[in-house]
Design a protein around this ligand. Sequence first.
Ligand code: GDP
Ligand code: ZN
Length: 310
Amino acid sequence: MTQGEATVVKNAGSHYELSALPQWRVFPAVLRGRIRLKASQITNPVAVGDRVRYEWADGEETAVITEVLPRENYVIRRSTNLSRQAHIIAANVDMAYLVVSLFFPEVKLPFLDRILVTCGVYGIPATVVLSKVDLYRELAPEQVDAFHSIYEGAGYRVIDTSVLTGEGIGELRDSCRGKINLFSGESGVGKSSLIKALDPALDPKIGQISTAHLQGKHTTSLYEMYPLSTGGYVIDSPGLRGFGLVDLEKEEIGKYFPEMLRASEGCRFTPCTHTHEPGCAVKAAVDEGVISPERYASYLGMLEEDKKFR
Ligand code: GDP
Ligand code: ZN
C-alpha cells in the first residue's frame, strides 16, 4: 500500500489523473464512494487543481482518492444561467488570465468587468491579456492606450501579446512559471494561439474542449491541466460566459472593483452604494477622473442587474 498527496491534473468524469506536482508523473485514480458532496448543487466532488490524499493498494491498477484537501479557491460554471447545478471547473488556481482582443472579436468592457468581479469573489488573482496587439497597435494606438489606462488604473496587470511578433510571450511565460494558470477567453480572441506560443508541445492537445462540448448537457468532466515546458501549468477554459454569475448583495459589488474599494474609505456612509449618497468618495473620484467612467458604468450596470434578479 502506497499513500500520498497529489494534485488532480485531469477530471474525466468517473476517473481522474493525479500527479505529485511539481513532478509530472501522471497516474490514474478513482474516487472512494464515501466522499460526498457538501454543497449538493455541485456536480463534481473533485476538480482539476484539487490537492488530494490517495491510497494505492499493491497490485491495483489505480489509486483511490480518499480525501480532498481544503481548497484555496475554485471557480464554478453553471450549466445554464438559472441552474442551481454547478460544476467546479478548477481549484487552487494561482492566476486567471482573461484573454481579450480590442477587435475581432471586440471586447465588451462591462463583460470583462463582470468577470474580474467574479475572479475577485472567488479569490483568484486576475491578469488581463490583450491579444493580437500587432493588429491594432498601428490601427488604433489610442485605443490600446485607453484600455491600459482603464485596467492598469483599476489595479490590474495588463499584458500585451502578439503571436505574430512574439510580443509579450516571454512575459506571459515568466508569469506562468511555478503556478497553476487558468486561461479563459471568448472564442476567437486567440487563446489557443497564445497557449501554443507559450509551449508548442501543447499544440495538438489544447483546444479539444470546444464550445460545442459546452453546449451539451455535460459541460463537465473534461477539464485538464497541462505542464508548460518552461514551468507552471495551464488549464484551458473555453469561454468566459457561465462563470460570470455570482450572487452578491448590492453593497458588496463595489468591494470587487479594487479602485472603488480603495476610494470608498473616504465615503461618509458605510455601507455606501456609491450612487445617491452624499459625501461619496467614489463618485468624487469618478468626477475627478481618478476612477474611469467605463468602470463606474460597469458597476452601475451590475447594480441594475442585481435589482432585476431580486
Ligand atoms: P481562440 O478561439 O481564442 O482559441 O482563438 P485562435 O487562437 O484560434 O485565434 C483566432 C484567430 O485569431 C485566428 O485566425 C488566429 O490566426 C488569429 N490570431 C490569434 N492570435 C493572433 C495574433 O497575435 N495576431 C493576429 N494578427 N492574429 C491572431
Ligand atoms: Zn460611496
